[in-house]
Each structure stands twice: as C-alpha cells, then as structure tokens.
Write a protein that binds this ligand. Structure first.
Ligand SMILES: C[S@@+](CC[C@H](N)C(=O)[O-])C[C@H]1O[C@@H](n2cnc3c(N)ncnc32)[C@H](O)[C@@H]1O
Length: 295
C-alpha cells in the first residue's frame, strides 16, 4: 500500500472525453461510469491491465492512453469474440449465419445446446444477440443458460460493431487479450492494474462462476501481492447493495486503501423496488483528476 490513510472523495466527470461502446450488453459494463473512472487512473505506467474485462468497455477506452494494454477474462469465448473483432471481420458473418429469427424460440434452444456441446466465439456472440435482454448467463460449469429474448442481429448491431471495430483496430498492436483465472494473468512489471470482479453483493449472469467469499478473499490476497510488487491498482465495486456488503471491499478499506465514491444509479433497472447502491473505486494510490493524453 503506497498510502496509509483512506480518504473519501466524490469523483467528477470529465466532460470533454468521448467514449466507445462495445457491441455487447454486459452486466457490470462500465460505459456510463467512464467519465468518472478514467480521470482516476494513473497514466504514469506503460501498461494498462484490465484483469476482469467482461465486455471490454474499459480497455477499449483507455487504449489511446497506454503503450500496452492487457485484457483478461475467465470466459474464453468472450475474449475470443473481442480477439476476433480486433483482428478481422470473419466472426461477423459467422455469427450472422448462426442467428435465428426473433420468433424462433426452438431454433434458439438448438443453438444453445450446440454451443454448450461445442463452444465457440461465434456461437456465444450469436446467443448474446438473441437471449433475454442480450445478457449472457452461465451456470457454474460455464454452460450458457439464458432464456430466449425474442431478438436477433439487426441493422443497429451492424452499426455498433462497425464503430467498435474501427476504433479498436487502431490499437491492434498494443492490445493483448488473454483468458484465464486472474491469478494466472502475466502482469508486466510496473503496470496500472484495473480490477472489476463480480460483485459478491449483487446478482449478475456470471456470478455462478464466482465463489463469493472464497474468491473475494483469494482476490484480496492477490491484490495485496500486486500492491507489494509496485503496481498501481484500482478496484471497482459496490460497497452497499440493498443492504448487503462486499467482503473484498471491506478488506481493502480495512487495509487503508483510498476510497472514491462514484455516482451511479441502478434503480432504473431494478425489478424489486428501490435499492441502495454505492459504486466505489478503491485505489492503492491517491487518484488525482487526470486528463490523459493520447499517445
Ligand atoms: C463486473 S464484470 C466486468 C465488467 C467489465 N468491466 C465491463 O465493463 O464489461 C466481471 C467479470 O469477471 C469475470 N470473471 C469471473 N471470475 C473470474 C476469474 N476468476 N478470473 C478472471 N475473470 C473472472 C466475469 O466473467 C466477468 O466478465
């Protein structure tokens, strides 16, 4: 830990920055928080590591500001989709060829069975276009189990994918995408490491693969190691959600990490009434209000 004393601050949005939205509807996606998050990162490092990259909203928006970017997630095909889109267009045609119509529930179930028997990036991309709310959901064995959403690839998807690929391919030479458990990622010395794990206090379609308190504790120990190794580390989380607290964040706060409160409101998407939610960023450095410069 570089600083001993925790502080509470409210992050200010950076109004002049423009952001790119990945073509995935991903629970926990950070697109709306980016104006507050980006000014809090430390840009003195050569490499940015997005250790729990999910739909990749963070790495694709910081790529202009770091010489190297490493993005990792445990869901191999989610990384596979991003890797394919970074390199070439083939996955777009392959995904469209798999898509079923908005009325074809049986076709969707057949594709889901096919995917679970024989997973592939295009198979996952197709399911994410057609499933309920476009929200990926996996069981603890990484089997896709989301229901049909009566939706499919549409002209808007083409526009979103084209915008995204045009942006990320400018940074192809800087970006490395890996898939594996966070402990296995090879983090280059002296990196800015961003950590956005499943929040043990909330529900998400990938939470079945996160063993709540066990993984929270394992991650805490790993984060402490990254701190000792001299990386700048920033951890996102929800410190209070519907009265539930998060073990990882509590441990980091006890260890004296700096807390920055973020303004976010999940109440709009809640189906069970008003929830109390506090998004925070915990850092092992005192974040300034950085205006990153493209390199
Ligand atoms: C909160 S989401 C990340 C959201 C992401 N920042 C975005 O903007 O889309 C957490 C991610 O952690 C991944 N994950 C879960 N367990 C993991 C593990 N042991 N190692 C690495 N990634 C893991 C999940 O697959 C999920 O994509």
């Amino acid at each position: 830990m570089n600083q001993n004393q925790a502080t509470l601050a409210l992050s200010e949005p950076a109004p002049t920055m423009e952001f790119i939205k990945p073509p995935f509807n991903f629970t926990g996606c950070k697109t709306t928080l980016l104006p507050q998050l980006l000014p809090l990162f430390n840009y003195q490092h050569e490499t940015f590591v997005d250790l729990f990259t999910g739909g990749g909203s963070v790495w694709c928006n910081v790529a202009p500001y770091f010489r190297k970017v490493l993005a990792n997630d445990i869901i191999a095909d989610l990384i596979g989709i991003q890797r394919e889109l970074l390199e070439r267009d083939d996955i777009i045609a392959a995904t469209k060829a798999l898509c079923v119509s908005k009325q074809d529930k049986e076709g969707y179930h057949r594709r889901r069975d096919d995917y679970n028997a024989n997973p592939s990036p295009a198979g996952l991309f197709m399911l994410m276009q057609s499933c309920n709310n476009n929200m990926l959901r996996l069981n603890a064995h990484f089997r896709f189990n989301q229901t049909f959403g009566r939706r499919s690839w549409n002209p808007q998807t083409d526009i979103k994918v084209a915008r995204y690929t045009e942006h990320i391919r400018k940074f192809r030479d800087r970006v490395t995408l890996t898939s594996g458990d966070f402990q296995q990622a090879q983090i280059p010395a002296n990196s800015m490491v961003y950590i956005d794990p499943p929040y043990s206090a909330t529900e998400a379609g990938y939470n079945a693969i996160w063993k709540k308190s066990l993984d929270d504790r394992r991650l805490f120990e790993h984060v402490e190691l990254l701190d000792q190794q001299g990386h700048s580390v920033a951890v996102s989380g929800v410190s209070l959600h519907n009265g539930k607290e998060c073990l990882l964040l509590n441990l980091l706060m006890e260890a004296g990490w700096t807390v920055t409160k973020l303004q976010h409101d999940y109440n709009g998407v809640s189906k069970v009434g008003i929830k109390q939610t506090q998004e925070v960023l915990l850092t092992n450095y005192f974040p300034g209000n950085a205006t990153p410069l493209a390199i």
